[in-house]
Ligand binder design. Structure first.
Ligand code: ADP
Ligand code: ZN
Length: 757
């Protein structure tokens, strides 16, 4: 008999039985859709599904089975029309509740979808369970051996037993073969005789790396370091969640402070994460941590999927004390995190340039808050964002104003090259710099030359029409690479043979102007033929490992001159470098970017930090055509405080960051007019919402982006500016549904943008 439903429309038969007993999972997908979706959990998955697992579920048009992340489980508000989860991908959660919460915060903070963040948080190697290599371990079978005390064995087999006896513990087959100088034959023979046993073990990528490194003792801290460390230890012991801004000049020994703080954390059985710019993950940096801790995982971009997976497992099982890595290491799944350190806090590479466009510093801030642990931000040239927070007392400022061991800061000389005779003839190294290079080489010192442009000539210029030759796909000047004899676009992959005549007007008078690192190298080799030189830029350092080899050669003194791009401006510690030359301080200064002066200051201060690190001292020459530029003058005086004060005043009057938050919308498409029309429509939508809801937000634009064409797409942008980022979030929630752009047009939203191109 049919049951009578007293409370409303009839339920579907399968819903009837146990309406109160149904379970729904909240899923998110890697799509730009900022909602969670309720799905019914079928009975057979009920006891197996937990938040943090991935599932397959029908999604979107055509209900294609799609990977979704389970972010919650609840009794459903309704069951009507809910789709059903198809199957589990993970038997165990791969994400903790805390990581889910952190990812959700990122999605809200950076105006993107939760699922998009989760997709980034979990490395590919973990998602596809990239095979962790198994290695074969060998051990003696004492029982069998004791029954044959006098057995005569061939020499190789005897050697194998010898090696294993001496070790007194299981060894990998590879290791045994190497030590006993044999192949696999004798080992197999011994296994047949049951004299030894073999068993597989998962390889740990840390094994090989850790083995070779000698442990070293603590340095004796100076009073500055001790004072700073004491404060951090206090925070650790009292389990304070405090963010410290450690402003320490270059060479003040910040790393030693981090290490001591981490030792404290490790003594509690907890873990630490140290974020450094990818380019600073040099063997020298890694050695500094490996020589002080038993178990250090290094997460860099060249790891294989399998190694990444293995690291993830080791870290989440609590076997790793210290995780050192670039931006994404902020997501390392540590079991019981005790401290996060971000070295070179000012580095722009901590901001991701694709969705989710998060800043690792802000994510670290949130993670430290969720875990109630301290966060240390270290830099000689903090961002004005961090500096402002410290000044306002939101973060705690710690300072180290002197270099270790009483080493002085190097004197910095600004060289006005506007009238330099050598520069007038097209040379890169002016008269003064040439003189000091000769001097440094004569005194057995080493030299670092910094130039921000790669290639040979950064501009091909037509005398007849006065135009620079541009990439056919981008609004970017082409650079001549002499080594390949090609003209290259540094924004897309375009390259071609150099034109014999101007593509614009057909005139044959094309000139190659400007100086890139290749041309600088040629000049150095011809003017200082006796001094071996190494060039480091992304062209010469394509192969993985070449960067490390070059630095090692320079450290050993095999090269006397190291020249290159940003790659050489960071963190290097070579005591024998007595001269640093900045070939052109103006390249960054003239970029259309609100942070161009800040970047110029940072660059000079950081490059200058590479010298004067040994008993011979050092000096810095900065070539510029703007010798009066305050950022350059203040950097030459090592005056961060003065620079920050003046620049902040400027920013305040411009209502620019750090006083306001920006959101930048980039609209791109293959058709210029259609793209512009979309940009206008979106800006109008935004303006209308701002007016309706009386939101305190300024809108600037739309206008062509500074790089108005990129990879064949026309680019427009507009910017939103507000004192509170929450106001921008509020606006975003109100307008995002109206942002579905026309076909062919795409848009991206960048919260707190750093890249303004
Ligand atoms: P920063 O990161 O502040 O530029 P580093 O941590 O790289 O400085 O330290 C610079 C150099 O000084 C390193 O070679 C380091 O080993 C050394 N150093 C650090 N602390 C001390 C100390 N207390 N006594 C002697 N040398 C030190
Ligand atoms: Zn291009």
């Amino acid at each position: 008999m049919k049951q009578q439903n007293l409370f409303g429309p009839e339920l579907l038969p399968w819903e009837q039985a146990d309406q109160n007993d149904l379970m729904a999972a909240q899923l998110v997908f890697n799509r730009p859709v900022e909602t969670t979706f309720d799905y019914l959990v079928p009975d057979h998955l009920r006891d197996r599904l937990r938040p943090g697992q991935r599932v397959l579920a029908p999604f979107g048009r055509g209900d294609r089975l799609t990977t979704g992340y389970c972010v919650g489980l609840e009794r459903p508000q309704r069951s009507h029309g809910l789709k059903i989860i198809h199957s589990l991908i993970d038997e165990q959660p791969i994400l903790s509740d805390r990581t889910l919460a952190l990812a959700r915060w990122i999605a809200e903070r950076y105006l993107c979808a939760w699922g998009q963040v989760l997709e980034t948080v979990v490395p590919a190697g973990v998602k596809n369970r990239a095979g962790t290599r198994e290695i074969l371990m060998l051990e003696l079978n004492a029982e069998v051996l004791s029954k044959h005390p006098q057995v005569k064995l061939p020499a190789k087999q005897a050697a194998v037993l010898q090696v294993l006896t001496a070790a007194g513990k299981p060894l990998s087959q590879e290791h045994v073969a190497r030590e006993a100088k044999c192949g696999s034959g004798p080992i197999t023979a011994l296994r047949h005789k049951q004299f030894i046993r073999a068993f597989p073990r998962r390889s740990d990528p840390r094994d090989a790396e850790m083995e070779a490194i000698e442990k070293s003792a603590n340095l004796k801290l100076n009073t500055d370091q001790q004072r700073v460390l004491d404060r951090i230890l206090q925070a650790l012991r009292q389990q304070e969640h405090t963010t410290f801004l450690l402003h320490g000049v270059t060479g003040s020994g910040k790393t030693e402070v981090y290490i001591r703080a981490i030792q404290e954390v490790v003594s509690y059985g907890r873990q630490a994460i140290v974020l450094v710019p990818e380019i600073s993950l040099t063997p020298q940096t890694i050695r500094r941590f490996r020589s002080r801790f038993a178990s250090v995982a290094v997460l860099h971009s060249h790891l294989s999927d399998a190694d990444r997976h293995s690291h993830w497992q080791q870290i989440s099982s609590g076997n790793v004390q210290v995780v050192v890595g670039a931006r994404s290491a902020v997501f390392a799944p540590t079991k019981n995190l005790g401290l996060i350190v971000i070295d070179e806090e000012h580095e722009t590479s901590f901001k991701q340039d694709t969705t989710p466009r998060y800043h690792a510093r802000e994510v670290a801030r949130k993670r430290a808050e969720l875990e109630q642990i301290p966060l240390i931000l270290g830099s000689a040239t903090p961002t004005l964002e961090s500096w402002c927070r410290a000044q306002a007392g939101q973060d705690e400022l710690l300072q180290m104003t002197r270099r270790v061991e009483g080493l002085p800061m190097p004197p910095v000389t600004i060289v006005d090259v506007r009238h330099d005779p050598i520069r007038k003839k097209g040379g890169a190294i002016g008269r003064a710099l040439h003189h000091f290079m000769q001097q440094a080489l004569a005194a057995d010192g080493q030299i670092i030359l910094f130039l921000n442009l790669r290639g040979y000539s950064p501009v091909l210029w037509c005398r007849a029409c006065g135009q620079a030759v541009k990439c056919p796909h981008c609004d970017v000047s082409l650079t001549w690479h002499k080594e390949r004899n090609e003209i290259v676009c540094h924004s897309c992959d375009y390259h071609n043979v150099p034109p014999t005549s101007c593509p614009g007007c057909g005139d044959a008078g094309i000139r190659y102007l400007g100086i890139g690192t290749q041309r600088l190298e040629q000049e150095v080799r011809s003017r200082f033929p006796q001094a071996p030189c190494i060039r480091m830029d992304s062209d010469s350092m394509r192969k993985h490992g070449s960067h490390d080899l070059a630095l090692e050669a320079f450290r050993k003194g095999e090269a006397r001159i190291l020249l290159g791009t940003q790659m050489i401006s960071k963190g290097l510690d070579f005591p024998n470098v007595t001269l640093v030359g900045v070939i052109d301080a103006d390249t960054v200064l003239h970029q259309p970017d609100l942070r161009s002066t800040e970047r110029t200051f940072q660059l000079i201060a950081q490059v200058a930090g590479r010298t004067g690190r040994g008993p011979k001292g050092g000096r810095v020459l900065v070539q510029t055509s703007c010798p009066g530029e305050p950022a350059i003058v203040r950097a030459s005086e090592h005056d961060f405080l003065g620079f920050a004060r003046a620049e902040l005043e400027q920013r305040r009057s411009m209502q620019a960051p750090p006083f306001e938050h920006l959101a930048r919308l980039i609209i791109r498409g293959p058709d210029e007019q259609a793209t512009l029309a979309e940009a206008r429509r979106m800006a109008e939508t935004v303006r209308a919402a701002i007016a309706t809801h009386a939101l305190p937000i300024r809108v600037m634009g739309p206008a062509p982006a500074p790089v108005a064409r990129l990879k064949g797409s026309f680019r427009f942008h507009f910017q939103l500016s507000a004192v509170q980022f929450e106001t921008l979030q509020d606006l975003w929630r109100r307008v995002r549904d109206q942002f579905k752009p026309a076909a062919d047009v795409e848009f991206a939203v960048d919260m707190d943008p750093i890249n303004m191109r």
